[in-house]
Design a protein around this ligand. Structure first.
Ligand SMILES: [Zn+2]
Length: 402
């Protein structure tokens, strides 16, 4: 079993040790030492990084026999090593982990809600707490309580106690291991069995901030930040707020109201734009209709449009054929060629059949009913030829009816 220097002193950043074993995991060589300050991934806290004799430590894992394995970027020679911990990373973990103890105790005290699990992530940390409901107001209460402990700068200490003494301690959760139990105490506030690394005083944790939460079955997953992470989060959010407030010429506290108003205005503009587009289609249809030649008593509108939404062309075709005695043969050029054929209900020509005849030119596909058919193909260069085919077939059909 490796002696864990971080149990006694979480602030030990440099140490010397003897190599007691060597192993290999995948491609990485691994060494086991008689003592280490490297924390192995466990209890929700990620492993430390750093170097052994200058060689980067890639991962630190706990073996089944309680030995700690350091996986290295390269083999190291000799039996004695000097280890250096990546301190900013470790201290960040200490801030998040210590903050978690306080936050979990606040959930216990304020809402009688137990913490089921803790995850210290790369960007933010989470705890899952047993809760039926959670609100902004409750989050504020919890934060206030947690930060009061930070501002009181309560001491945080770790000590081992015998199992026999455990019942005398107000433990937040039962220990997961037997024998002598390591207790981490936030002075008089929280007593937890824990093997992790913690700050020596609550003031070192810095701000504890609940970011957001989401329901997970009968739990709530609480997303929080402590210390430098909270500062960094405040920094980028403040920067966004400042630039938005400047762009909109309002105070930062007025942004919520301003954005809501802008969104409402945007929706109203969209509604008005939709109305005006429909109006415009009415005028366009009337103008096309007035200029259309008559073929055997039926007015035939033939027109090719460029770069317009096909749905708009369809609606135009429906408008054109709303009055009796009309046929619309519309084409649309763009990424691919499209055709929309429509007729008034009193005209007997079959639009689906007409479309099928024209598709040969477009190498396209489509379909529809005898009164409205549409489709498209890749040969935009043959759109006029396709419409010529349709018009010729139509002249024949309408002529035969007479
Ligand atoms: Zn802990």
């Amino acid at each position: 079993m490796t002696e864990r220097l971080f149990f006694e002193d979480a602030y030990c950043r440099e140490f010397s040790a003897m190599v007691t074993g060597r192993t290999r995991v995948g491609k990485s060589p691994g060494v086991i030492l008689d003592r280490t300050a490297f924390y192995p991934t466990s209890g929700g806290q990620p492993n430390d990084l750093g170097t052994l004799n200058g060689v980067p430590v890639l991962d630190v894992v706990e073996g089944e026999g309680g030995e700690i394995v350091h996986l290295l970027a390269a083999e190291i020679e000799g039996s004695s090593v000097t280890g250096i911990i990546d301190w900013p990373r470790r201290f960040d973990h200490m801030q998040q982990h210590s903050g978690q103890h306080i936050l979990s105790q606040c959930f216990e005290r304020a809402l009688n809600a137990a913490t089921a699990s803790f995850h210290l992530g790369l960007d933010f940390s989470t705890i899952d707490v047993s809760l039926a409901a959670f609100t902004e107001e409750k989050a504020t209460d919890i934060e206030t309580m947690a930060n009061a402990i930070v501002f009181e700068n309560r001491g945080i200490k770790a000590y081992f106690v015998d199992e026999a003494r455990l019942p005398s301690l107000p433990l937040r959760k039962p220990p997961k291991v037997a024998g002598a139990i390591r207790i981490v105490e936030v002075d008089g506030f929280d007593f937890s069995p824990c093997g992790g690394t913690h700050c020596r005083a609550a003031g070192e944790i810095g701000l504890i901030k609940v970011r957001k939460w989401e329901r997970r079955g009968d739990m709530f997953r609480i997303d929080f930040l402590c210390g430098n992470r909270a500062l960094e989060d405040y920094r980028w959010k403040n920067s966004i707020l400042n630039s938005l407030a400047a762009a909109l010429s309002v105070k930062d506290r007025e942004l919520g109201e301003t954005v809501s108003r802008l969104l409402a205005e945007g929706r109203e503009s969209q509604r008005q734009l939709g109305y005006l587009k429909e109006k415009l289609l009415d005028y366009e249809a009337a103008e096309l209709d007035s200029q259309a030649p008559s073929l055997g008593g039926t007015r035939v509108v033939r027109q090719v449009f460029a770069e317009r939404p096909s749905e708009e062309i369809r609606r135009l075709a429906l408008r054109l054929t709303a009055r009796p005695g009309r046929i619309a043969l519309l084409g649309l050029t763009g990424e691919k060629a499209q055709l929309v054929f429509a007729r008034s209900s009193d005209v007997s020509a079959d639009m689906a059949e007409l479309l099928r005849g024209s598709f040969a030119a477009l190498e396209g596909r489509g379909g529809g009913t005898s009164s409205l058919a549409q489709g498209g193909g890749p040969r935009g260069d043959r759109l006029e030829a396709a419409l010529d085919l349709a018009q010729a077939a139509l002249a024949q059909a309408l002529g035969a009816q007479r």
